[in-house]
Design a protein around this ligand. Structure first.
Ligand code: ZN
Length: 229
């Protein structure tokens, strides 16, 4: 059964490759590129993206990493993935995350056993058709050979959009809105969890997720966001 599922999913990925031939266009600006470009970015975008390899920040006791600082180029990548349905960008973002993590392991001893993406509320996921954090997390898991527990956390009620809210209002908006699916508890107990999201501003969502994960007693929760302000 597992073999069959694997075959189906790799067939689906091959189909994706046919629909979206990789490495033809820069994922950020759309310029023609060739297959030698790192992360499918042209030289211009590669030079203008604000890469971030700084030491982990401490957010609510969680070691927190980001790959890029949020700006015009970085926003283009996230918006193209989330709102324009260019789901193949998730693969390149996962490659960026994998490199970021390997650097963080070398320099700051950041390591993890499982990946848990920040969930969307199911209505929003249905509307969008996918959860971008889970999509990136799945590719990342394959790349670094760690399981991605895509459904370990549940967003129990929808939250107001965070835009325009103060840090205090953001905290209140997500407080208690995440729960652990107890079927995943034994995969989290005693393990080092990498919580993953595409973006963070104040870290209030990550903190709310960490509270939910704490129910299962993980050894550590680190947080990786692709982009942050
Ligand atoms: Zn470009």
């Amino acid at each position: 059964m597992a073999g069959l599922l694997q075959a189906v999913s790799s067939a689906a990925e091959k189909a994706m490759d046919l629909i979206y031939p990789p490495s033809l266009y820069c994922i950020c600006c759309g310029n023609l590129i060739d297959e030698t470009r790192t992360y499918d970015l042209c030289d211009h975008c590669m030079a203008h993206i604000r890469w971030d390899a700084s030491a982990p920040l401490n957010i609510d006791g969680m070691r927190t990493l980001r790959c890029v600082q949020y700006g015009i180029y970085e926003r283009t990548l996230i918006f193209s993935l989330k709102y324009n349905g260019k789901t193949w960008i998730a693969r390149d973002i996962a490659d960026i995350c994998a490199d970021r993590l390997s650097l963080a392991k070398e320099e700051y001893d950041v390591d993890f056993d499982v990946i848990v993406p920040v969930p969307l509320h199911r209505d929003k996921e249905r509307q969008r058709g996918f959860n971008q954090a889970a999509l990136i997390g799945r590719y990342l898991g394959k790349k670094v050979n760690r399981p991605c527990l895509e459904h370990a956390l549940i967003r129990t009620s929808d939250t107001r959009p965070m835009r325009g809210l103060s840090p205090e209002e953001r905290k209140e908006n997500v407080r208690g809105k995440f729960a652990l699916d107890c079927r995943y508890a034994d995969q989290i107990t005693g393990r080092r969890v990498l919580l993953f999201d595409d973006f963070y501003t104040t870290g209030s969502t990550a903190a709310a997720c960490r509270s939910a994960l704490a129910e299962a007693g993980p050894a550590e929760v680190c947080f990786l966001a692709f982009a942050a302000k």
